[in-house]
Design a protein around this ligand. Structure first.
Ligand code: GAL
Length: 692
């Protein structure tokens, strides 16, 4: 396995100081049509394109026969782009393997869970363990690094494409067995961690682990961890020759939001900068008939942007988005006029330092020929979509001063892959509607509605930057997590946890100290049982004069922890069922902070009110002193306030005097009218409230 030399500190590997604009560019598909490349460059200038991702699926063109490389075409394209002032995100081509490789070396093709080897088809389906694949990838990556590593156009290595999925071949299992041996030392330790006496699953040797058995919860979980680690290791192997020859060039690999299969935090740790491919369902079924229009989609998108930023708590790249529509969804409508500008500025508001597309030019064939692109099949610039992209290019040029500017979040929502995997796999009193990701989003919603910046972070992240931490359904407490949360509260933080907190340790073995396990003292509660009524089935009744000032009753359900308030004050009780009168929301003052336990899944209004009180307790101000109209979001980044109207109608906001329009120039009125799908970027100097 390759080890990475990190001679150059990460901080010195940085992107050009601009908000970049560009996208996936596949010139090899157009080589046979004379004049297309020149026209591409002409059109890129018109569209204000400053970056192009090249070579993502070019292996068969770069190495048409084993060991015979052809870089001539890439040389020409890189020069052409350089001449037009377009920076290159040069991809490593491992996302799609050439036929000669897949046919000559079957081991590079993945095996399904049944052990059956896949055909050479599609893409994103190599074995992450195969030494042959690693060697071939490293060989071509090395040549790319030697040839282009010092080229002034090169801005970033785009490693592979959307790593995903698992391989179940013998090589992977042998590596898994070694990984387990390193992790557990002895097979007895593994048996204890996996609780294998259950159903007679005891292993005698590590090499008996030869398939994935979901009934052994620990095995299920460790397999997903291993596959994430193996993918990260493959990523390290890809990077190794790049670092050796071009240590100054940053690396990234494109993620898919909260994709379930891989723990992206492990991959992010290997990269210099994070990026993701964002394809929200604008104007889709989720928005039908809603007065707030695209707000639900915008909220979901914002959460994923904040996750991408949260991995490193640094600016990130929107690596792919469509200028119009996708072609793989059940229904995907073209972005309505203005939507593209709004969605792209939303990404910048949340910390993006590049807005890029899939794809620059629409291919004439293949499965993506009807996917949105900047350049349509007609091949000229006189299209609505091209016009909107070009206009955005002009806007982005006004925002270069934002490079490096922080979002300055003081609130954080925890999102953790291990927790998700274990929680979803655990058979319990309710297996329908656990909805971990959706629940994280529900807790993020009240923050978004107020324009409160939030980082979405993993459980290993240092919490000292935050005043409010929200930990939805933190079923698993891995080593160190409870201690960090305890210290956070002790030092003055406000912590919200929910039902199903602190049930198991990192092995998915239950704590015997009473739920929420090692956090029992911090929350001052013991959750003895959990009921699973239907959503909204149980009333939530605030206790008169409760410490947070909750007044409105609500509805709970789905999960109802039945807690004993051992040290905590009761803020609200259940109003129904045999546990009427027992605590539903509690508050424990602990050290200088407070820990609030929400024992059930409440309705949106109750959660909104509770979060409002927690924000006040944490001293976190909303983006503006005035409430945001429905469908409007506000985000601070650096000294800029982004005001974004995701609703279908005009909205007016009273923002007061003295604001400058950073895009159009000049000042804006104190009562600012946002058209439908309109966005403003404003500033007035001074320090924004979100920054410390
Ligand atoms: C992405 C992928 C691109 C393209 C795009 C279409 O997931 O990385 O190569 O297929 O989807 O939306």
């Amino acid at each position: 396995m390759a080890t990475v030399k990190t001679a150059t500190p990460v901080e010195t590997r940085s992107l050009p100081p601009r908000i970049l604009h560009g996208g996936d560019y596949n010139p090899e598909q157009w080589e046979h049509i004379p004049g297309t490349w020149d026209d591409d460059v002409r059109l890129m200038r018109l569209a204000g394109v400053t970056a192009a991702s090249v070579g993502i699926f070019s292996w068969a063109r770069l190495e048409p026969e084993e060991g015979r490389y052809d870089f001539g075409w890439l040389d020409r394209i890189v020069e052409l782009l350089h001449g037009a002032g377009v920076r290159v995100f040069l991809a490593t081509p491992s996302g799609a393997k050439p036929n000669w490789l897949a046919l000559k070396y079957p081991e590079v093709r993945r095996c399904q869970p049944t052990g059956q080897r896949e055909h050479q088809a599609g893409r994103h389906n190599h074995c992450p363990t195969s030494p042959v694949y690693r060697a071939k990838v490293q060989a071509i990556n090395e040549r790319l690094a030697v040839r282009y590593g010092a080229h002034p156009a090169l801005a970033l290595w785009h490693i592979s494409n959307e790593y995903n999925g698992y391989c179940h071949c013998n090589l992977c299992f042998a590596a898994f067995q070694r990984w387990l041996e390193q992790r557990y030392g002895t097979v007895d330790a593994l048996n204890r961690a996996w609780w294998t006496a259950f159903w007679s699953h005891t292993y005698r040797r590590f090499d008996e682990v030869t398939f994935i058995d979901g009934s052994v919860n620990g095995l299920w979980l460790d397999w997903k961890r291993f596959m994430s680690e193996q993918t990260a290791d493959f990523l390290r192997a890809e990077i190794e020759p790049l670092r050796r020859h071009a240590p100054q060039v940053p690396v990234t690999t494109n993620f898919m939001g909260t994709y379930e299969g891989l723990d992206y935090q492990r991959l992010a740790d290997v990269c210099d900068v994070t990026c993701w491919d964002s394809y929200p369902g604008w104007h889709g079924p989720a928005t039908a008939g809603r007065a707030d229009g695209e707000a639900e989609v915008a909220l979901n998108t914002a959460f994923h942007h904040d996750l991408c930023r949260g991995f490193k708590r640094r600016p990130w790249i929107l690596m792919e988005s469509t200028p119009s529509h996708v072609n793989w969804a059940a229904v995907s409508r073209p972005k309505a006029p203005g939507m593209h500008r709004l969605a792209s500025l939303q990404a910048v508001a949340h910390g993006a330092e590049a807005v890029c597309y899939f794809q620059w030019r629409k291919g004439l064939g293949g499965t993506e020929k009807f996917h949105g692109a900047v350049v349509d099949h007609v091949g000229h610039e006189h299209t609505r979509v091209f016009g909107e992209v070009a206009a955005l290019g002009r806007d982005l040029r006004q925002l270069d001063a934002l490079v490096g500017a922080k979002v300055g979040a003081r609130a954080a929502v925890l999102y953790d892959w291990d927790n998700r995997w274990a929680l979803e796999q655990a058979g319990m009193m309710r297996n329908q509607g656990k909805n971990y990701v959706e629940t994280c989003l529900e807790h993020y919603r009240p923050l978004w509605r107020r324009g409160v910046a939030a980082d979405v972070i993993g459980v290993q992240t240092d919490l000292s930057a935050y005043r409010l931490v929200i930990a939805p359904m933190l079923y698993m407490l891995k080593p160190g997590v409870a201690g960090r949360l305890e210290a956070f509260v002790r030092d003055g933080g406000v912590l919200l946890a929910t039902y199903l907190t602190g049930l198991v340790d990192e092995h998915d073995l239950c704590f015997t100290t009473g739920r929420p396990g090692p956090l029992r003292q911090v929350f001052g509660v013991w959750a003895e049982e959990t009921d699973a009524p239907e959503p909204g089935a149980v009333r939530l009744l605030p206790v008169a004069g409760n410490a947070l000032g909750l007044t409105a009753a609500g509805q709970g359900g789905v999960f109802c922890d039945l807690v004993h308030a051992e040290a905590a004050d009761v803020l609200a009780t259940y109003g129904d069922e045999w546990y009427a009168g027992r605590p539903a929301v509690t508050l424990n003052r602990y050290g200088k902070g407070m820990a609030v336990y929400l024992a059930t899944r409440p309705d949106a209004a109750f959660l909104d009110a509770l979060t409002d009180r927690l924000l006040a307790a944490a001293g976190i101000e909303p983006a503006l002193p005035t409430a945001l109209p429905s469908g409007v979001n506000a985000q601070w980044r650096g000294d800029c306030l982004f005001l974004m109207n995701f609703s279908r109608g005009p909205r007016r906001i009273e923002i007061g005097n003295g604001w400058q329009d950073r895009l159009a120039g000049g000042t804006v009125p104190a009562a600012l009218d946002l058209p439908a799908h309109g966005a403003f970027v404003l500033s007035r100097g001074g320090t924004p409230p979100a920054e410390s």
